[in-house]
Design a protein around this ligand. Structure first.
Ligand SMILES: *Cc1c(COP(=O)(O)O)cnc(C)c1O
Length: 509
């Protein structure tokens, strides 16, 4: 028989059964101790761990270890993590990961994440987390100041560059009223090397029917300003409506920086929104070498950057800044009566009203803590070093017979290939890439440039120094010699047997 509600003893049973959610002091010590020991060990082994490991099982034990009613000891969980996650694939924290656009992994950020998660402050709404919102604001203001954006600009920390681009594009769409039948006559200008997430963002924003003009690039893979101007004039003559220019401060493909100032002047003369895709390169503005290449950014309408790339943060932090905060606000605002005071707080308007997210990870702390504790000077030096290392590699490679290099690097990406004395050069460079991947000490990626299979070296990780570039040069020589010695039928497996590349490589990834 059911009791009349006075018997609540089962609550004690539930409380007891749920106690695992709140570790006691001794359990906390164990959790912290073992997890920190794991992290410390991981860091200490990083210097010698391979940059890339391809393993047959691809961590399948993880799938085969089900979620169960009873937990497992932290040691066992950490072992699963080590064996099935942290030891396979690309080691994105490695000094020798030089493919695509490498990431970072500042340990200060990891500690910031820990603190953010433990305190679980609400970073989306000002009154709920004034300190958390203020911290994000302060970082956005700092970034805005790097590019000469005014106080009326605004932005937020996103999960990455892709979502940052999406928000900027949605803001541009709203300001220019691109909807309905206007879409098909509203033209977007970009290049073949514009990151593919821009096309994806346009599609998500309902703008896939906008005509896209892939503006011609010059011999250095930078958007040609004369070609842009011509394309805009032609479209205008045809009765179309040019509305969006997407320029890049460092393409993923070749690292080329578009002539931002010139392009921006053309865009503003014709009333286009100028969006700068700076996921990879925008933070190079912090160093002298970067400033020489990145000018005219102040005249744009929006900029994105990826702190998880060139500010060396761990993955999960991008940023967008729009010159007029109101444009971002109008594009993302969602109304509820209880938000009526929001306009008065415009100075400190929180990301909930500027971005697609509401509740979110308190990302600001992982960015603020390293900037505050380490200080900017080290960031400037590291960025400067990355550019210098790319130039060093570019120069050294030219002294190695048989190697052909791409343009002098605008920032920190170098493209190159080996031209074999005979045989198919594309096949040779594919095999060279495969041998490097199989070796695993360094990781380089490849791309197609004007149908030529080309290798890329991207120096972005803060841990990458001259030794690692020298090692890369040595490995390149070693592998080329191996390939030249081997008869064709003894060379490494053909590209399509390479699981990793098939799954994730495109020339704009
Ligand atoms: C990495 C990258 C992106 C995509 O950013 P995510 O942070 O991966 O979403 C966009 N553009 C460029 C140039 C990039 O390097």
């Amino acid at each position: 028989m059911r009791t009349n509600g006075n018997d609540w003893t089962h609550l004690e049973r539930l409380e007891y059964a749920a106690r695992g959610l709140e570790p006691n002091a001794a359990e906390l010590d164990e959790l912290f101790g073992k997890t920190v020991a794991y992290a410390r060990r991981h860091l200490s082994e990083l210097a010698h761990a391979p940059a890339y490991v391809e393993r047959e099982d691809a961590g399948r034990a993880l799938t085969n270890s089900p979620i169960t009613e009873d937990g497992i000891p932290i040691d066992e969980a950490l072992t699963l993590l080590r064996d099935n996650v942290d030891s396979i694939g690309i080691d994105a924290a490695s000094s020798r990961f030089l493919g695509y656009i490498p990431g970072g992994g500042l340990v200060h950020s990891a500690l910031g994440d820990l603190l953010a998660a433990v305190a679980n402050r609400y970073a989306a709404v000002y009154y709920a987390g004034p300190g958390a919102v203020r911290m994000e604001h302060m970082l956005v203001r700092w970034m805005a100041s790097l590019y000469g954006y005014p106080d009326s600009s605004g932005g937020f920390l996103s999960s990455g560059g892709s979502l940052a681009n999406l928000s900027a594009i949605v803001a541009a769409r709203e300001v220019h009223g691109i909807s309905g039948s206007e879409i098909e006559r509203s033209v977007v200008y970009l290049t073949n090397d514009t990151h593919y997430c821009v096309g994806k963002a346009l599609r998500i924003a309902g703008l896939s029917k906008c005509p896209g003009r892939f503006v011609q690039m010059d011999e250095n893979f930078r958007m040609s300003s004369t070609a842009l101007e011509e394309a805009i004039r032609k479209d205008r003559k045809a009765g179309l409506r040019p509305w969006l220019l997407v320029s890049s401060t460092g393409t993923t493909n070749t690292g080329a920086v578009d002539p931002i100032g010139e392009l921006g002047d053309i865009a503003s003369a014709h009333g286009l929104w100028h969006h700068i895709e700076g996921a990879y390169g925008a933070f190079f503005i912090l160093c002298e070498e970067g400033r020489e290449v990145l000018h005219g950014m102040d005249r744009s309408d929006s900029i994105i950057m990826d702190p998880h790339k060139t500010l060396f943060l761990p993955y999960g932090t991008g940023a967008v800044i729009v010159k007029e905060r109101n444009h971002l606000f109008n594009a993302h605002r969602a109304w509820a009566d209880y938000l009526q005071d929001i306009e008065q707080e415009m100075e400190l308007v929180a990301s909930a009203f500027l971005s697609p997210e509401l509740t979110k990870h308190f990302r600001a702390l992982r960015m603020w803590l390293p900037l505050k504790v380490i200080g900017l000077a080290a960031f400037r030096a590291a960025l400067s070093e990355k550019i210098q290392l790319a130039r060093y590699f570019h120069e050294r490679l030219q002294q190695m017979p048989g190697f052909e290099v791409g343009p002098y690097p605008d920032l920190s990406v170098v493209t190159f290939r080996y031209v074999p004395p005979r045989g198919d050069a594309n096949l040779f460079n594919q095999q060279l890439t495969d041998l490097i991947h199989a070796d695993g000490r360094v990781f380089l990626s490849s791309t197609l440039l004007q149908d030529k299979l080309t290798l890329r070296l991207a120096v972005v990780c803060f841990r990458t120094h001259r030794d690692h570039i020298d090692l890369t040069l040595e490995i390149l020589l070693e592998k080329v010699e191996m390939l030249l010695d081997l008869p064709a039928d003894k060379r490494p497996a053909a590209p399509d047997s390479h699981v990793f590349r098939v799954a994730s490589s495109t020339n704009t990834s």
